[in-house]
Design a protein around this ligand. Structure first.
Ligand SMILES: NC(=O)c1ccc[n+]([C@@H]2O[C@H](COP(=O)([O-])OP(=O)(O)OC[C@H]3O[C@@H](n4cnc5c(N)ncnc54)[C@H](O)[C@@H]3O)[C@@H](O)[C@H]2O)c1
Length: 281
């Protein structure tokens, strides 16, 4: 990962799920590139990540919250504004498979838990940050989706991430005229640290992904940073950043594949798309 000092100079970013994994690397690198970062997580370990950032002379605060609850999402956004004065970037990273198994074996409460983990934190945080970004007449929201919307043995997670894609596209249309950019990324398999228990049945899913994906690659959290921050398409030079062709991605044809198993899902709608949507509605 090549750093671009000052790329986010003065920008205020809220990163959810920042105690470990992709969210942690994104938060740390945003800070290293000049961002002022609010690190959010329900795990108290987020305080340690934040302390490491501050020790390096960078700007960050940690807020503990359970983002499955709307009230916590609302509190987090207000605390970030109280501290930094504004929010320029929201990275909705909380999510992840809890159980992996054939759909027929999921219990009702497990299905609900998967949706609560992988759809609601993104939905709630988008809703909670919107009044702030609308008032500013600017902002960028990056939702972390997954390639697993077509994976086997995790139908509820796939449905949740499919929901993330849908809310991203719809919100992008709704907010374009308020100068708010809403986009999503869809990572492939990425190494996980063991701070949180890995999903039950994960090994079978990983085995399937390795067999079915072209290069059988597992990314590292730091490989995501450029992409998750929504600006790294051409600057990102991670381990697997070689261009995989010119296939257009997403509802608005906004991006090219630049990363193994990961591509921008949705970008800013073009004026032509907006006009079309207006005629349709
Ligand atoms: N790791 C992968 O292979 C992979 C692949 C595709 C997509 N993704 C997506 O990337 C994102 C990050 O994945 P990861 O592997 O780095 O996850 P992770 O499990 O390593 O980290 C998730 C973080 O979110 C926090 N968290 C969970 N629920 C929370 C809640 N309700 N409120 C606040 N914090 C909460 C956890 O404490 C943890 O620190 C997820 O949305 C995941 O679905 C991951």
């Amino acid at each position: 990962m090549r750093h671009h000092p000052d790329r986010f100079k003065g920008k205020v970013a809220v990163v959810t799920g920042a105690a470990q994994g992709i969210g942690q690397m994104v938060a740390v690198n945003l800070a290293k590139e000049g961002g002022r970062v609010a690190l959010i997580d329900r795990s108290e370990i987020v305080n340690e990540t934040c302390e490491d950032i501050v020790k390096e002379g960078l700007d960050g605060i940690a807020i503990e919250a359970d983002l499955e609850k709307y009230a916590d999402c609302d509190r987090v956004m207000h605390e970030a504004v109280k501290h930094f004065g504004r929010i320029d970037i929201l990275i909705n990273n909380v999510g992840g498979t809890i159980w992996a198994r054939p759909f027929v074996h999921y219990e009702e409460n497990q299905i609900e838990a998967e949706i609560r983990r992988s759809l609601f934190p993104t939905m709630w945080c988008c809703r909670a940050v919107l009044p702030i970004m609308v008032k500013q007449n600017s902002g960028t929201i990056v939702n972390v989706s997954s390639i697993a919307t077509r994976g086997i043995n995790r139908v509820p997670y796939a449905a949740a991430k499919g929901g993330v894609n849908a809310l991203t596209a719809s919100l992008a249309f709704e907010c374009a005229e308020q100068n708010i950019r809403v986009c999503a990324v869809a990572p492939g398999g990425t190494e996980q640290l063991a701070l949180e228990r890995r999903c039950v049945g994960c090994a079978a899913v990983e085995h399937h992904e390795r067999r079915t994906r072209p290069a059988a690659i597992v990314n590292r959290p730091r490989d995501h940073v450029g992409i998750e921050t929504g600006v790294g398409r051409n600057q990102h030079r991670g381990r697997h950043s070689k261009r995989l062709g010119k296939r257009r991605a997403g509802a608005f044809g906004c991006g090219r594949r630049t990363h193994q198993g990961q591509r921008p899902v949705v970008g800013r709608p073009s004026p032509a798309h907006l006009a079309l949507e207006r005629r349709r509605s």
